[in-house]
Design a protein around this ligand. Structure first.
Ligand code: PLP
Length: 374
């Protein structure tokens, strides 16, 4: 039998048991249904395998950004309700309806487009109204939402399943923006109450809301990053015991001694003042491993932490192991645990001058994914 190895020794391992643990922990924390957000390739963890796993764990709903992501879920046999969070284009509405995808309706015009498409197909569209409470991205401003909400309630061809908004500052527990957004959201929902219509699902909380603001939990929460066991921001508080689902590993592909004063990598930006041992790791910015980690990041090899030296190349980078030993095919941990030490996506993001979201979703399809547990 051929050995069961992936195409590359560089790989992302997704721990599905940690994902289940995180879903359970979030549920226990908020006590309301969960819409698991799986946009952007499930934050780099793999859209279809993650969605199938969350569905098997009984997640109430899934959320994606674009209709194409929703269609990919349906083609993979996902039957859970799927809301597409992004703004819609008129010509795409028929595809939403044909694939049984729930639609974000973010203006009166778009409501009319959805109604027209639904009537033409003779099939009702399931919609969630998007209210803008301060993000200024998409949605009808809460202060002018009355006629929008009334039109949606009166719509013959739309089933009003939800009403929602998005939080701009919930990563930071000390921001007063979230309280204002909650108030504005309730103002918009009050239009529905006054009409005497049944209240649709009200949802507001992203990961920051889940972590920090109980008043945002309402009827459903929409966690993304925290579901994967990663905190949104250095200001965030770890109020839920979540575990990182992703690890990123490679292997040493080359070992050598670099002489004192000889520069390493493009631009000759790094050199050692003594002879030192340097290993090469076969992953680079062509995989989404940030070039901004040049001479900044670190990795774990044989249970020790060593610095990345010189510029990260497209497919490789170099690591200074000083006087220590390392061998070809030794495991190299870029994100994850080894020998009691751990490198978290949050740490990588800080060193790279970005947020953990960008690190996770940046890891692209050149890296094979493998799944453990579940
Ligand atoms: C991406 C997204 C989320 C999830 O955000 P996290 O910060 O990852 O929890 C929730 N709601 C909407 C509308 C989104 O676009």
């Amino acid at each position: 039998m051929p050995p069961a190895v992936s195409e590359r020794p560089t790989r992302i391992t997704v721990d599905l048991d940690n994902l289940s643990h995180n879903l359970r922990a979030i549920r226990a924390h908020v006590g309301v249904p969960v819409m698991g957000i799986v946009k952007a390739n499930a934050y780099g963890h793999g859209l279809v395998p993650v969605a199938l796993h969350l569905q098997a764990q009984g997640v109430e709903q899934l959320g994606v950004a674009f209709v194409e992501e929703g269609i990919a879920l349906r083609r993979a046999g996902i039957t859970a309700p799927v809301l597409v969070l992004g703004g819609i284009f008129g010509p795409q509405v028929a595809q939403f309806i044909a694939h049984d995808l729930e639609i974000t309706v973010s203006s009166l015009d778009k409501l009319r487009q959805v109604e027209a498409a639904a009537e033409a197909m003779g099939r009702k569209a399931v919609i969630h109204l998007k209210i803008d409470t301060g993000m200024e991205r998409i949605g009808v401003h809460s202060y002018s939402s009355k006629s929008f909400v009334e039109a949606a309630v009166a719509s013959k061809w739309c089933v009003l399943k939800g009403i929602y908004s998005h939080l701009a500052c919930s990563d930071d527990p000390s921001s007063d923006m979230t309280g204002k957004q909650v108030e504005r959201f309730h103002d918009a929902c009050a239009h529905i109450e006054r009409l005497g219509a049944p209240m649709p699902l009200r949802h507001l909380a992203n990961s920051g809301g889940v972590l920090h603001f109980p008043q945002t939990w309402l009827d459903m929460v929409r966690p993304g990053i925290v579901l994967y066991g990663v905190l949104p921001d250095p200001a965030s508080q770890c109020t839920i015991d979540v575990k990182p689902a992703m690890s990123l590993r490679s292997q040493v592909v080359y070992f050598k001694v670099v002489k004192a004063g000889n520069p390493v990598s493009y631009g000759a930006t790094w050199r050692s003042d003594h002879d030192t041992r340097v290993v090469t790791v076969p992953i680079g910015y062509g995989d989404g491993f940030p070039r901004s980690l040049s001479s900044r990041g670190s990795v774990l090899i044989r249970g020790h932490r060593y610095p990345i030296v010189g510029r990260v190349c497209m497919d490789q980078f170099m690591v200074d192991i000083g006087g220590d030993s390392a061998f070809n095919e030794d495991d190299v941990v870029l994100i994850g645990e080894q020998g009691g030490d751990a490198i978290r996506a949050e740490d990588v993001a800080t060193l790279a001058g970005t947020i953990p979201y960008e690190i996770l979703v940046g890891l692209n399809d050149r890296i094979p994914r493998e799944y453990r547990g579940g």
